[in-house]
Design a binder for this molecule. Sequence first.
Ligand code: ATP
Ligand code: MG
Length: 443
Amino acid sequence: MTQEQLPTPLPKARVIPRSDHPVSRASISDNALKVLYRLKNAGYQAYLVGGGVRDLYLGREPKDFDVATDAHPEDVRELFRNCRLIGRRFRLAHVHFGREIIEVATFRALHDGNGDDVDGDVKIEDGRVLRDNVYGTVEEDAMRRDFTINSLYYNIADFSIVDFADGMPDLDAGVLRLIGDPEARYREDAVRMLRAVRFAAKLGFRLDEATAAPIPEMAGMLEHIPQARLFEEVLKLLMGGHGVATYQLLRRYQLLGYLFPETEAALTSEASMVPIWERFVMRAIENTDQRIAEDKPVTPAFLFAALLWPAIMRRMDRGDDVTEPLAADELQEASSDALVQQLQRVSLPKRFSIPMREMLLLQARLERPRGKRAMRLLSHPRFRAAYDFLLLRAEAGEVETGLAQIWTDRQTSAGGPVAEGKLEEPPVRRRRRRRRPRTRPQA
Ligand code: ATP
Ligand code: MG
């Protein structure tokens, strides 16, 4: 936050004692507690912050636990053998416990927009925060967080919750409100617009008016966000179990066009297929939500394929009243071109994009179900995913349900439904492991 937006003086904290709030240690992960206690016993301040406090207060299960402390990353590493320092933009300590990672962040300071009044490591360009490693107090740290409800601090020293940003009333009222001046906060980091719709959809909260108003106009600032960061965000948006609500908000606030430009263009075109494409994308996202609810594996390959489908169909001039089956060579070209364009905006690692393309190309073969070659499709490693994709196309009304039925019957006569395979390649193991997008393990 730049100095002009600084609330002066810093707000007085409201302390909610343990007796007056429902957040109990019993629902905090043992590993997070271990980290909190070890920091405290070493003489540091240690708080649970962010989604951990927010979700527990709301009676939900947090996705992960984040810790904030006055210990510097190097101090944290001294305390935990299983600790790795990560990040450039924000230096953080990750404490590893098997599969669980507790993220430990050092309190960050507020500084002016130039970054030249402090000794720390800061880089700001046109109001965008590119690097921010100046350490500060817990009050300052609270003001730099995004939403008021994400700025509640659970203090391990006395189990109270400290509210520096008036988060508690918003949490009770179901309101998502940025701390500080919304436009300035979006300019610092455009991803906050995506986070706003993500939390609104997940929690069923409404966006405060001042927080919502600048979004459509500022959505274009997402163009400056690195593709890899947007990939991670897209996964959190659409593979977090609340995809449908999130997708609707992304469209309502005109954000989808900056994540999937050709998809948005297809869906807002004059083509008579638009309602069918809409239904198809929606069904695919609904299907993803449902699979997550049932603890079934989901993969970005399928989701990206579905989102790109309207773009591919538009590239193939199939926007109006086309009845002939897809031509394989045209499909191949349109898929490649659509993917190349899409990768300008949001990255998609090859281990997803390669199987995604195979699955997309199979659509042309599934549309020609006769002949010996067609029979062999059942044993194609991407058959099952392609068939599921075809089912959604049929449900949306893009292809005849009879076509999907042919493939259903084929499987039955071949001994039952083809088993679900993997629509992704195994992750590449690097020597120094980096954080990978959180996708569900494949069955
Ligand atoms: P969840 O983990 O459920 O996605 P969360 O609120 O914990 O939600 P994280 O991405 O884990 O979100 O971040 C933890 C906390 O860090 C947030 O609650 C917020 O206080 C702060 N934070 C994260 N990203 C930003 C950002 N772009 N700008 C400002 N503060 C942020
Ligand atoms: Mg979190």
